[in-house]
Write a protein that binds this ligand. Structure first.
Ligand code: AP5
Ligand code: ZN
Length: 217
């Protein structure tokens, strides 16, 4: 299965991607997580990406497309993947189309997670992420860890993302509407878009997504 996950910041892409990737036994590839790993490793790519991320802007395509392509070329992505947060504008969507064409691969679906703005703002405000594993995502109210500040799964420290500050979230939502939403129409023309409501409990949303995705082939 080759799936793209789209939806506004805070819709629950990272949360659902971890569960769906496990269920479908495909790797979860998140460009946001790749950038954060580069930042915490202090790489040159991380230093460049951080300038844009802390302002809620998209990291330039010259950096992002190469990084995503390198990750998709790794062995574990040969039979399928769940891409989360990439592509994020029309240029990236066209680059991905070309990449897949060259390697004789096709997408199975573009899963569009829909959530109203007031909900995503609440979700982001309370989000707590694990420093050791970015797929361990908590919420101060909706998904509380047993011990405050500590990841239930691995014991890692929980932190608030720098780009989750209110002003930056507003900017990220604007960037989503202006630059990312148009890719949904791009994929609608290819007949790939499956839209689901991202409201409700986490397992309910996972079930909805699995029911909406095409049969595994
Ligand atoms: P990225 O890391 O991709 O962030 P995002 O798209 O803004 O999405 P989020 O991670 O904020 O939210 P999410 O939808 O994953 O929600 P989550 O599951 O955490 O990108 C960050 C930045 O990196 C970008 O701004 C950009 O600068 C850069 N970047 C990344 N990719 C790029 C690209 N391709 N091109 C250029 N730049 C790029 O859930 C949110 C909260 O809600 C959590 O606390 C969770 O516990 C809670 N929650 C989840 N589901 C539910 C539920 N059903 N009910 C209640 N609470 C829930
Ligand atoms: Zn953890």
């Amino acid at each position: 299965m080759r799936i793209l996950l789209v939806g506004p910041p805070g819709a629950g892409k990272g949360t659902q991607a971890a569960l769906l990737a496990e269920n479908l036994t495909i790797p979860h590839i998140s460009t946001g997580d790749l950038f954060r790993a580069n930042i915490s490793d202090g790489t040159e790519l991380g230093r460049k990406a951080q300038e844009y991320m802390r302002e809620g802007k998209l990291v330039p395509d010259e950096i992002t497309i190469g990084m995503a392509a390198d990750r998709m070329a790794q062995d574990d992505a040969g039979k399928g993947f769940l891409l989360d947060g990439f592509p994020r504008n029309l240029g990236q969507a066209e680059a991905l189309d070309a990449l897949l064409r060259e390697s004789g691969q096709k997408l199975d679906a573009v899963l569009n997670l829909e959530a109203p703005e007031e909900e995503v703002v609440k979700r982001i405000a309370g989000r707590r992420m694990c420093r050791k594993d970015s797929s361990h995502i908590f919420h101060a109210e909706f998904h509380r860890p047993e011990t405050e500040g500590v990841c239930d799964i691995c014991g890692g420290e929980l932190y608030q993302r720098e780009d989750d500050a209110e002003d930056t979230v507003r900017k990220r939502l604007e960037v989503y509407r202006e630059e990312t939403e148009p890719i949904i129409d791009h994929y609608r023309e290819q007949g790939l878009v499956v839209t689901i409501e991202a409201l409700g409990a986490v397992p309910e949303v996972t079930r909805r997504a699995l029911d909406a995705l095409p049969e595994r082939g």
